[in-house]
Design a protein around this ligand. Structure first.
Ligand code: AMP
Ligand code: ZN
Length: 114
C-alpha cells in the first residue's frame, strides 16, 4: 500500500531512518525539520492516510501510537513535559499523507498554535 508514500518507504526500510522506537505496529524517527530540541514522528507501519480516515479497526493502533509517544518521551528524557500533535487535512497543516504523531519537547510550547 502507498507505493509513493514517503512514510511507507521509511516503514519498509527503503528510506533509512534513525528508529528511536519500534514495536509491532509503529515506529518513530526524528523529524527532518525539527521544531523543538526533541521532535520525533510516530507512524503506523500500515498505511493510514490521516486521523480523519482512520477506521474503527484502527482504534487499538491509535491507542498504541499514543502509548508509544509517552514511552518515547520518557526514553528521551522529556520529564518536563511535551506536546503530541496530529496535523490532519489541509487546515490542519498536514503535508505528509500517512498518519503521524509529532512528539515535541525540550522547550516550553506556546499556546495557542498559529
Ligand atoms: P505534517 O506537516 O504534520 O504532515 O508533518 C510532516 C512532517 O514530516 C514535517 O514536520 C516534515 O519535516 C517531516 N518530514 C518530511 N520528510 C521527512 C523525512 N524524510 N524524514 C523525517 N521527517 C520528514
Ligand atoms: Zn504510507
Amino acid at each position: 500500500m502507498g507505493n509513493d508514500c514517503l512514510f511507507c518507504k521509511i516503514a519498509e526500510g527503503k528510506i533509512p531512518a534513525n528508529r528511536v522506537y519500534e514495536d509491532e505496529v509503529c515506529l518513530a524517527f526524528p523529524d527532518i525539520n525539527p521544531q523543538a530540541p526533541t521532535h520525533v514522528l510516530v507512524i503506523p507501519k500500515v498505511h493510514v492516510s490521516s486521523l480523519a480516515t482512520a477506521e474503527d479497526g484502527h482504534t487499538e493502533l491509535l491507542g498504541k501510537m499514543l502509548a508509544a509517544a509517552a514511552e518515547i518521551a520518557q526514553r528521551l528524557g522529556l520529564e518536563r513535559g511535551y506536546r503530541v500533535v496530529v496535523n490532519t487535512g489541509n487546515d490542519g497543516g498536514q503535508t505528509v499523507h500517512h498518519l503521524h504523531l509529532h512528539v515535541l519537547g525540550g522547550r516550553p510550547m506556546s499556546w495557542p498554535p498559529g
